[in-house]
Design a binder for this molecule. Sequence first.
Ligand code: SF4
Length: 377
Amino acid sequence: MKELTRLLSAYRHADRVLSVVRKIREVYSRIRSDYSEVRIMHVCGTHEHTITYYGIRSLLPDGIDLIAGPGCPVCIVPARDIDEVIEAGFKYNIRIYTYGDMYRVPGSKMSLARARAEGLDVKVVYSFLDAVRDAKRTGKESLFFGVGFETTQPTVASRIVYGIPENLKVYSSYRLTVPVMRYVLRRPDIPLNGVIAPGHVSTIVGASAWSFIAEEFNLPVIIAGFEPLDVVLAVLTILKQLVMGKPTVVNLYSRTVTWRGNRVAQDYVRRVFDITDGYWRGLGLIPETALEFKDEYEHVNARKYFRVKVSSSRDTIPGCKCPDIILGKAKPIDCPYFMKSCTPQHPLGACMVSQEGTCSIWARFGCRLRLKINVDS
Ligand code: SF4
């Protein structure tokens, strides 16, 4: 515990952060004539939290923009999936297990929270293992709503390999961040100069999973942790690579991330799931970005078991900018509803619900400036 506190205070030390910020200013001044704007995308709600909470954007020189990409696993769950889970719950009178972050995300007609108010048996759990334990204890027919990126999938897969109660089925709404970044980078309407790769996801997939960004798209890609010093060091490393003109993948989070990642975890996921095309809320179908159960695990698959299909669904209300925010094409303040009719207390879109949603983070911490120190002093 002492060691953890020492490490955290080192990575949050204002003087250290500011000395890197000064270096960023110096390096950027050398390339400003070539790059009037440097657009750096990160792909993780926790990075957005760090950047906004510590006021990192306000420390960077004008011209460097930190852009939130598709890094919130709850924000991108299609309304159709929520609709199907709710319909299965009511139709078969089953218990629904969900994470707290999913609970209030709107479906086409209602969220799981609203469905619970209308009588659906919804139980919020902290982990898949909680759902397994509860299903075993009650013996009740149940459905676990499986959402999340590469970090949450291995625990579910490994538990399924060793067996789960027969009365528990899993609805897979799992999505993959690595291929979705390829999709983002291929889009001509999202120009970028560098990428900060997600530290948590990288502990599973490994730093090597992101090397395509440097090789195929000629962009710097830095794997970074989640403290302020991690983020500013990532920005500095990207700028240095732009100066050198040699984009490559750099792992600045070696305290947890290895080059190949967690191969045991990867193996479990490969054993249980196939990669398939995935629908992302408001973005449509994106090739090879979702996980679905392999045939041999069909008995666990809630989609196959309950066979509920909704005919039409609605991901966003008219005017909600969530799809553009998820792609880094807009910021929460571009939305006419932000902090007017859409607030964390009364969210209209998925990005305002989750703790990792960009709108929610900006709403809660957007006005805070934690490091009130003159950068140039
Ligand atoms: S502020 Fe609300 S309505 Fe606007 S983009 Fe964010 S979640 Fe959607």
